[in-house]
Write a protein that binds this ligand. Structure first.
Ligand code: SAM
Length: 214
């Protein structure tokens, strides 16, 4: 019975996330106060304390698209000690995954919700790489222009204008969604439309997709 409920909850979450992802890619929707209220309701109340259970319900598939995005980014990063930002870090899953690929980097892992920052900090306490966990908003990242080598954003609001402001010349963004593989092409086209990047590449991976913009 528990297993069945788990599967049902996973299924419903995938549907919910694949419905909310495409509009969130559009700046005018992402910026609305109602969107922000909805997100903070979802992760402050509805999902916040059981987001790790949602990750577990993917049975190892949650990190597949980001793993490919990180592998591509690694080929292009020449700095041996890059500054890497995990935007909307949630439980810290992506931060932890990325420290394995970039053990000598300095990570800044941020989330708008204090509760999620605490979860990320706890989950990363066995990580030996430098990771700073902070509470911050994707719409106003508290970093100077051109200060970051790689920005990671998975299943969160991808505010590309702000990402582009803080990334160094040649810096990269890896945006991942784990629920909506079917919009991979559309998402790529939308990112190209911003005209903020020289190259935009991306692939559908398993249930979702990654986009690498440079
Ligand atoms: C679905 S979770 C994904 C967490 C993590 N990236 C992962 O893949 O496991 C989305 C996270 O984005 C955060 N978030 C939503 N809007 C944000 C914003 N404007 N600034 C920073 N974090 C935000 C939420 O609080 C939540 O923790």
């Amino acid at each position: 019975m528990g297993k069945l409920l788990n599967r049902l909850s996973h299924f419903l979450t995938q549907i919910l996330f694949s419905i909310i992802t495409p509009p969130l890619l559009m700046p005018m929707v992402a910026k609305l106060s109602i969107t922000r209220l909805f997100i903070s309701f979802c992760f402050g109340r509805l999902y916040g304390n059981r987001y790790q259970d949602i990750i577990d319900s993917f049975h190892g598939r949650y990190g597949l698209a980001m793993a490919e995005g990180l592998a591509e980014a690694k080929k292009m990063i020449s700095d041996k000690t890059p500054i890497i930002l995990d935007c909307g870090s949630g439980t810290g899953f992506v931060t932890k995954q990325a420290t394995k690929q970039f053990p000598n980097a300095t990570f800044i892992s941020f989330d708008i919700l204090h509760g999620m920052v605490m979860q990320a900090r706890n989950n990363c306490n066995d990580v030996t790489t430098d990771v700073f966990h902070v509470q911050a908003d994707t719409f106003a990242i508290p970093l100077t222009d051109q200060s970051v080598d790689l920005l990671l954003a998975q299943n969160t609001i991808p505010w590309f204008a702000e990402f582009s402001r803080v990334r160094r010349p040649g810096g990269m963004i890896v945006y991942v969604d784990t629920s909506a593989g079917w919009i991979a092409e559309l998402a790529k086209r939308l990112v190209v439309k911003y005209k903020l990047f020289e190259t935009v590449m991306g692939e559908q991976v398993d249930l979702g997709f990654y986009i690498l913009a440079r």
